[in-house]
Design a binder for this molecule. Sequence first.
Ligand SMILES: Nc1ncnc2c1ncn2[C@@H]1O[C@H](COP(=O)(O)OP(=O)(O)O)[C@@H](O)[C@H]1O
Ligand SMILES: [Mg+2]
Length: 391
Amino acid sequence: MSTIQFDGVGKRYGNGAYAVRDLSFTIEDGEFMVVVGPSGCGKSTALRMTAGLEPITEGELRIGGKVVNGLSARDRDVAMVFQNYALYPHMTVAENIAFPLASRGASKDEIARRVAAAAQTLGLTEYLDRRPKALSGGQRQRVAMGRALVRDPQIFLMDEPLSNLDAKLRNQMRAEIIGLQKQQGVTTLYVTHDQTEAMTMGHRIAILRGGLLQQVGTPRELYEQPTNLFVAAFVGSPAMNLFRAEFRLTETGPELLTDGAVLRLDPGAPLPAALRAESGHRIVVGIRPEHLSFAPPGTPGLAAEMRMIEELPPEKLVHMTIGADTPMTGGGQPVDADFLTDLGMVAAAHRAPLIARLGIDTAVPDGPGVALHLDPRRLHFFRASDGAALR
Ligand SMILES: Nc1ncnc2c1ncn2[C@@H]1O[C@H](COP(=O)(O)OP(=O)(O)O)[C@@H](O)[C@H]1O
Ligand SMILES: [Mg+2]
């Protein structure tokens, strides 16, 4: 019933700039959808358009199959939770939770019943008479949730609701929100800039960049089959290792030419057709830290230099660098928002970081020079010109 359909939805401001452009995807009834992306990518705009707080300038938004472009916020039956709680300081917890019902003229009995139920669900029963300033951050966030819950809405909208909480509380509230959403079965659109939060909470995740949808999928789909370099580098921690290489199909099999060295790939491995078409061209190669291993002595591999080992039982992160023709991102580095634009520019002057994620007991060869085995089945390939995955 309460699906949310974005159909070519856009938001263009008076200055001509798009905050969101041509957004098309569907949130299923009862689904927990997370929209994630760097700051300024249009997440809040998408959410506010859904809430009816921001006019839609292009396309159609349908809730439960009905076009809502022209409907005001109060006619959309959505409840929203913000980052900054937005509680009324002079009201008690009970009054804060009751506010949306009271402002709609619900009866005293109904208000009391619903507030008690919401407080019970959120563990706030004993705090109902307190004012917000006498609550912890997590409790305040729960009151804000209570105010959304009490309305029994068709749709929950949440804009970075956990950003103001410390790490421990954030983890706890994450679990509470997941449980609550599951229990209530309410279609939910949740916005965050934190990819870990997105990956742990969403049934599916929509990744935005610069107002444009990059990919929609389950956490596993995004992790295993990123549609482009941006998604590949954004999802996962430590980030996917990425380096440039020339790809060549030769009579003896596929090869990667990087940093002046030829690396032969297992000729038996299946290679995507789109990659075959790139033979003779420079591409970007990616591999997740957990898929890197050391080449057995005497076998060829990607030459790397050992830097340091970070022990994080039950794992260890082996930090290395690889040579010249490489710098990109990965190696645990945060994503540079402009790195796709920079793709055409090869800065060959410095060495690029690379991380292998191994079991704490896995033997690491004596450095400084080591060779890394690249399993072609674990490699991701991207076109250099636009970063599209070669699949
Ligand atoms: N009133 C406005 N006028 C012009 N541009 C705006 C306005 N509000 C937001 N923007 C721009 O729209 C883009 C998306 O903003 P927003 O949706 O808040 O991003 P996010 O929530 O992902 O950080 C940003 O570039 C922002 O500067
Ligand atoms: Mg925002």
